[in-house]
Design a protein around this ligand. Structure first.
Ligand code: FAD
Length: 405
């Protein structure tokens, strides 16, 4: 097909940076690209550059395990992630790019009656806000996932589960490429291999960036660098952020016949799994237990994740693992994100996605674009400012931000 289509155009241009822009977005991950797209589409702001130090998709947007859900407990998170879910449901049409959004459901397994009660509470909270949620019995779960060890002799017997049927998975690279193409076609300059190395200042005000391809001025500078937030903010002289960078690993097995058509999570630890369209099992667990900017992890987590997998699916003991990899996650102190103006004049900040920011990509870009265009947060991201850490108004979803992804 490639041979016969010599006139195919690149999905986005490769422009040289201009001397100045209305808005510069640092970071060509999912969030930076979505922000550029919605700035152009929703607010008519097209004199925009996205500066990416590597290539598009080299960060977490191309490393995640693609679980998408909106099954949170606290209203601020539920509303935000449900807005994202609604954008996901139309994203392939919106971008005219198949992001392979597959609403195959996400099932959280409960292993104690108390945990099941907790899931019922969360499911009720979700339904109060109009989000779908369904409790499942062990017999229903067994019918859905026959390979699961649901016997009383399992290490952690399954007593029930909370299912969100509209949850699922999407093709992560396609999300980056679709937003990039959509933004580029509206006039946004996407500039790869352009690392931001400093900030241009006029007093406190940020007036542009120094980059590996020269200085670029801007009326507004937006930071969306996920796991590199601490480093980039240090370049602006902001030394303390409520963020720690940790590696999160993921794994894929050899291809198997389709046998699990939902995302499933383990309630007694950190483990979750789905099966890709190619047949590989995609799975992961907890973050590595030390701060790091390395995009690879360590063996103790590998051991832990494999043990958890076998506790649920003993029949997978002989399946071969094909690959593992790691990405650097921007862990916020309460597990919830930050989408805000500031902290310096002329600057806007998007971070704190922990290990769950892929599902947020559409809403994050949509809300961040609003915040940049109007110089104030939208109602949906008003709770997600930096100020909450000063005032002690944490949005701690007790692990739901973290597990399942
Ligand atoms: P990134 O893609 O990391 O984008 C940030 C970009 O900034 C990078 O491309 C980087 O190169 C660039 N950058 C950094 N510094 C500079 C600089 N100085 N100058 C220019 N550019 C710079 N979330 C889910 O919702 N579901 C999941 O199942 C899930 N699984 C995950 C599994 C793993 C293994 C990992 C690592 C993460 C997972 N996540 C998941 C989290 C999700 O991937 C991230 O929260 C999200 O991708 C972060 O936003 P982003 O796409 O903008 O980040």
């Amino acid at each position: 097909a490639l041979k016969g289509n010599k006139d195919w155009k690149p999905a986005w241009r490769k422009p040289d940076p201009k001397a100045s822009y209305d808005v510069i977005i640092i970071g060509g991950g999912g969030h930076g690209l979505a922000t550029a797209y919605y700035l152009a589409k929703e607010h008519g702001i097209t004199n925009v550059a996205v500066l990416e130090k590597g290539w598009l998709g080299s960060g977490n947007v191309g490393r995640n395990t693609t679980a998408v859900r909106s099954n949170y407990l606290l209203p601020a998170n539920t509303r935000f992630y449900e807005h994202s879910m609604k954008l996901w449901e139309n994203l392939s049409h919106e971008l005219n790019y198949n992001v392979m959004f597959s609403q195959r459901g996400c099932l959280n397994l409960a292993h104690t009656p108390a945990q099941f009660d907790d899931y019922a509470r969360r499911g009720n909270a979700m339904r109060h806000l109009g989000v779908d949620a369904e409790l499942m019995t062990p017999a229903q779960i067994k019918r859905l996932i026959s390979a699961l060890d649901i016997s009383d002799s399992a290490r952690f017997p399954v007593v029930g589960g909370l299912m969100q049927r509209r949850a699922g998975t999407a093709r992560h690279d396609a999300v980056a490429w679709g937003y990039a193409r959509g933004a580029d076609r509206r006039g946004v300059d996407i500039i790869e291999n352009c690392e931001v190395t400093g900030f241009l200042r006029d007093g406190d005000r940020v007036t542009g960036v120094a980059t590996s391809r020269g200085d670029i001025r801007a009326k507004k500078v937006a930071v969306a660098v996920a796991g590199s937030t601490g480093r980039v903010m240090q370049l602006a002289g902001v030394e303390t952020m409520p963020i720690e960078s940790h590696v999160l690993q993921a794994f894929v097995t050899e291809s198997l016949k389709p046998f699990i058509d939902t995302v499933v999570t383990f309630g007694m630890g950190h483990f979750y799994m789905s099966q890709s369209d190619k047949g590989g099992l995609i799975y992961g667990g907890d973050i590595d237990g030390y701060n790091s900017y390395a995009q690879r992890g360590n063996l103790p987590i590998v051991d832990e994740v494999m043990s958890e997998m076998l506790a649920l699916f003993p029949g997978l003991a002989r399946v071969r693992m094909l690959r593992s990899w790691g990405g650097v996650c921007d862990m916020s102190m309460d597990g919830s994100p930050i989408i805000t103006t500031g902290p310096l004049p002329g600057m806007y900040l998007n971070c704190g996605w922990c290990y769950g920011g892929f599902k947020a990509t559409p809403a994050s870009g949509w809300c961040f674009a609003w915040t940049i265009a109007k110089d104030q947060p939208h109602d949906l991201n008003a709770p997600f400012t930096l100020d909450r850490f000063h005032r002690g108004l944490l949005i701690d979803d007790k692990g739901q931000g973290a597990n399942p992804r």
